[in-house]
Design a protein around this ligand. Structure first.
Ligand code: KG4
Ligand code: ZN
Length: 341
């Protein structure tokens, strides 16, 4: 099949994403989000997200087809997120994808959401090198991937042992009294603060932990340190210097993420790093990664923010690679897997 048309569907969290990709070209990417409905709960409510996906699914598919000026019957394959993510939301997307695949008699590809975060960069920055590393960071995941072949051979070198990077930001945001999600608010405050003001610990970077977990992350200890520091100031009746706390915390997260990722690049002898996931909007991470990659001679690729947050384009892009690599399609009874490795 030359340049097949792939429809991608993403529903692992709160975004209903539908996109059409032909080869490495993105025709249209439609996203509906239910974040506004979750903000008042201070976190994603799976039931609320599932219902929102159910309502948004067909209109979002319709919008993508209309804007891309293609007919449903022009679609050559349907790709959908099979995991990881929230079971209810994943099930809504998978059901829609299966129904479409059956209706138009085309193959279905159940794909990995985290790998999709890396794959989407191809639509923006062109073909991938033979091997590269990808750091995928969001509210739900913090993973370091060694990509030998995006369609067939992706190895997870490490991941977070507790909170994801965005999740840690959101939790620290809550303890600093910032609105949900706290990540972008901390980023903004941090830009006005001194990153050296408070020395928060860098987890899993020393001693035996360092060897055992060289490619893993851990942010819950850091979050606890911030909480203790803030409590101690409260107890002394002192004001909390929000800018400095935010800057010092953000610096610790960016330091660990970039130091470990660059060490892995060197260990695996790769010269390209792709950063993806909603947390890659973070200025402190972006600045430090740009600086350290330049020093190390590593090409850094970060897609624009709208392709870093969850979207259908990442799933269509990965599906397109699977079709091009002649990967066997998924059976129509494939399950969704909330903790897919
Ligand atoms: O990928 P995403 O939109 O949703 C998930 O799949 O989680 O990522 C959102 C996460 C949230 O935790 C949010 O607070 C965080 O990324 N985030 C940020 C920034 N923008 C988004 N964290 C720090 N700085 C930012 N600028
Ligand atoms: Zn994601």
């Amino acid at each position: 099949m030359t340049n097949p048309l792939i429809l991608g569907i993403e529903t692992s969290c709160d975004e209903t994403g539908v996109a059409l990709v032909r080869g490495h070209e993105l025709l249209f990417d439609a996203v509906a989000s239910s974040m506004d409905e979750h903000a008042r709960f201070g976190g994603i409510i799976p039931e609320v997200a599932s219902r929102a996906h159910l309502e948004a699914m067909i209109p979002t598919i319709r919008q993508a087809l209309d804007e891309a000026h293609v007919d449903l019957t022009d679609v050559d394959a349907v790709a959908v997120t099979a995991g990881p993510g929230l079971v209810g939301p994943l099930t809504i997307g998978a059901s829609a994808a299966k129904a479409l695949a059956v209706a138009i008699n085309r193959p279905l590809y159940g794909v990995n959401h985290v790998v999709g975060h890396a794959a989407v960069d191809q639509l923006v920055h062109g073909a991938f090198p033979d091997r590269f590393l990808s750091l995928v960071v969001s509210g739900g995941h913090s993973s370091l991937l060694l990509v030998n072949d995006i369609a067939r051979d992706v190895e997870e070198l490490g991941s977070t042992l507790d909170d994801a990077a965005g999740e840690a930001f959101d939790k620290v945001g809550r303890l600093l009294g910032l609105p949900y999600p706290g990540g972008p608010h901390i980023d903004k405050l941090a830009r006005e603060g001194d990153p050296q003001a408070i020395r928060f610990p860098r987890a899993l970077t020393k001693g035996r932990d360092k060897e055992k977990h060289q490619d893993d992350f851990s942010f819950s200890g850091l979050k606890t340190s911030v909480a203790r520091w803030v409590e101690a100031r409260h107890d002394q009746g002192l004001e909390i210097p929000l800018n400095d706390v935010a800057a010092s915390f953000a610096d610790a997260v960016a330091d660990v993420l970039t130091a470990k990722t660059l060490a892995a690049c060197q260990r695996h002898d790769v010269d390209t790093l792709v950063i993806g996931g909603g947390f890659s909007a973070n200025s402190q991470l972006r600045d430090m990664a740009a600086e350290r990659c330049a020093e190390a001679g590593i090409t850094l690729r970060i897609p624009p923010i709208r392709y870093c947050t969850d979207n259908g384009a990442m799933i269509a892009a990965l599906g397109a690679n699977m079709v091009a690599a002649n990967v066997a399609p998924s059976a129509l009874d494939i399950p969704v897997d909330s903790s897919m490795p």
